[in-house]
Design a protein around this ligand. Structure first.
Ligand code: A2P
Length: 340
């Protein structure tokens, strides 16, 4: 364990992920000498709590990072693009939760259970990217399979919680649900269609190839994290009326022969995973069980009887915790212990 202490900034501290980053710093007893909480000018005057202390929210500015060692960013892609280089210039390493830097070849894209050694590449630009929430939980479950059996192809469909869109989307699901069950009119501000009692096959913007950006993030980020561009990945990402916890149906075709029993045994030993797979007793991963904790739950592990080396599974994790804040704080912890 490190005796070192570092100065930590959180950019986007008032948001859904930023707030959870602060809670994770507390829960993981992060070796912070000082904390600085940054948001837009709208939040100046607000205070946040850290380990019983009241901390004033400051406006994010170009010089906010002087004297800071690590900055956790979750304030949107544009904000990261503009301010992450300012932090890096002042010697403050950025762990960025937006998609702004993820595919930059000089920026490592890290899931600590999967590719911790790549963290060393932070020295290129002073920036480390935190992957997309749906990608993180999928690669946590797939990396042990990739290492033992190789992976030829992944077919994934997601069932994603509204908290991934931020605080306004949490309010929208709540307000629409309440309005609809009372036969009242409702507003659509965040999503183009009602999210209450609905499933929207539309996450982030549509691209020319007919896929959404979220779907292509799962394709490209999975290959980058597993360092293997030969893996075929195809995704359908769907927003569902769940507050916290993303669920995924994943079909994986391996290169070597594999069985559901092999995969179950392998994942039972793997870091960051809890196998919940006792269907006869109605035990399988649920968003309501994943929410509020840090493990990736894997169950419904079955042989795909339609191909030679195929496995089906159901993977669930808390998108705000392991899918965002926890993963970022885990990266920061490795930085402190092994690099700074
Ligand atoms: P603020 O609360 O002041 O708007 P969420 O994803 O839950 O909506 O949260 C987004 C976070 O990013 C909030 O903390 C928000 O601060 C912050 N943020 C958004 N735009 C900016 C900006 N231009 N500069 C600094 N922080 C920003």
């Amino acid at each position: 364990m490190s005796e070192k202490k570092v100065n930590v900034a959180v950019a986007g501290a008032t948001g859904a992920v930023g707030n959870q980053m602060i809670r994770c710093l507390e829960e993981m007893d992060f070796p912070a000498r000082s904390v600085k909480f940054l948001a837009s000018s709208r939040s100046v005057g607000r205070t946040l709590r850290y380990k019983g202390e009241v901390v004033a929210v400051e406006e994010l500015k170009e010089d906010s990072f002087k004297g800071m060692d690590i900055a956790l960013f979750s304030a949107g892609g544009g904000t990261s693009e503009k301010y992450a280089p300012c932090a890096a210039k002042d010697g403050c390493v950025v762990v960025d939760n937006s998609s702004a830097w993820r595919m930059d070849p000089e920026v490592p894209l890290i899931v600590p259970e999967v590719n911790p050694a790549a963290i060393a590449q932070y020295k290129n630009k002073g920036i480390i990217a935190n992957p997309n929430c749906s990608t993180i939980q999928m690669v946590v479950a797939l990396e042990p399979i990739y290492r033992e059996y190789g992976i030829k192809r992944i077919v994934v469909s997601t069932y994603q919680a509204v908290s991934g869109t931020g605080k306004k989307a949490i309010d929208e699901l709540f307000d629409q649900t309440r309005a609809m069950i009372n036969f009242l009119s409702y507003e659509k501000k965040v999503y183009p269609h009602p999210i209450a009692f609905n499933c929207l096959p539309h996450i982030d913007a549509f691209l020319d190839n007919g896929y959404t950006k979220e779907e292509m993030k799962m394709v490209n980020e999975t290959r980058k994290i597993l360092e293997d561009d030969t893996i075929g990945v195809t995704a359908t990402t769907v927003r569902v009326p769940v507050f916290f916890g993303h669920s995924e149906s994943v079909n994986v075709e391996t290169r070597k022969p594999v069985s559901a029993a092999d995969v179950r045994a392998l994942l039972e030993q793997a870091p960051g995973i809890k196998v919940v797979d006792d269907p006869l007793h109605n035990q399988y991963p649920l968003a309501t069980d994943a929410a509020g904790q840090d493990l990736t739950l894997v169950g419904r592990i079955r042989d795909d009887e339609s191909i030679d080396n195929g496995i089906n599974m159901w993977i669930v994790a808390d998108n705000i915790r392991k899918g965002a804040a926890t993963n970022a704080v885990q990266i920061a912890r490795v930085l402190v212990d092994d690099y700074l």
